[in-house]
Design a protein around this ligand. Structure first.
Ligand code: SF4
Length: 160
């Protein structure tokens, strides 16, 4: 686990980014293959991360990796605490597709506690302004609450 404070590339505005070690997707062209091995990270208590996130009153939160859904129980506990104690928005990046996440009772547990899911493996890097906050053109920026309510994928609309 690693934490980067006040970045502006993994979602809108200033964000505290929590990087999970470990990923099984093995995308060709992965920007960070060192993150595949969970042993390359170090364990951090959920309570410690909650404190670190809440210590910054201005930054929202992004879960990235590796793939945070590999440790979905811990990230669900973290998201629940953040939502209970603040009004911060939470974005989560994952190599799984949204459809896979909603069909898995285990992976699904995180969804009710986050705002946006950026889904899918890294398949094709394109240099395009529309790829804001995404590395690959197949990835979708999904409004999770709207998608759960509509029972279909609803894209996140960036606030002006
Ligand atoms: S999901 Fe992300 S971290 Fe995992 S292999 Fe693909 S690009 Fe790399």
């Amino acid at each position: 686990m690693d934490v980067l404070e006040d970045t502006v590339v993994d979602g809108p505005g200033f964000r505290t980014v929590i990087y999970a070690a470990g990923c099984r997707h093995a995308c060709p062209g992965c920007h960070n293959p060192q993150s595949w091995n969970m042993g390359n990270g170090h364990p951090v208590e959920v309570d410690t991360l909650v404190r670190q996130v809440l210590d910054d009153p201005f930054a929202d939160v992004t879960f990235s990796g590796g793939d945070p859904l590999l440790q979905v129980e811990a990230f669900t506990a973290l998201a629940r605490q953040i939502k209970k104690q603040s009004r911060k928005t939470i974005w989560c990046y994952t190599g799984y597709r949204y459809e896979t996440v909603v069909q898995s009772p285990r992976l699904f547990m995180l969804l009710p506690h986050i705002d946006v899911l950026v889904d899918g493996r890294f398949e094709q890097k394109l240099h395009d302004d529309k790829l804001l906050f995404r590395g690959s053109s197949n990835q979708r920026i999904i409004d999770v609450k709207a998608s759960l309510a509509a029972k279909t994928v609803v894209g996140y609309r960036m606030k002006e």
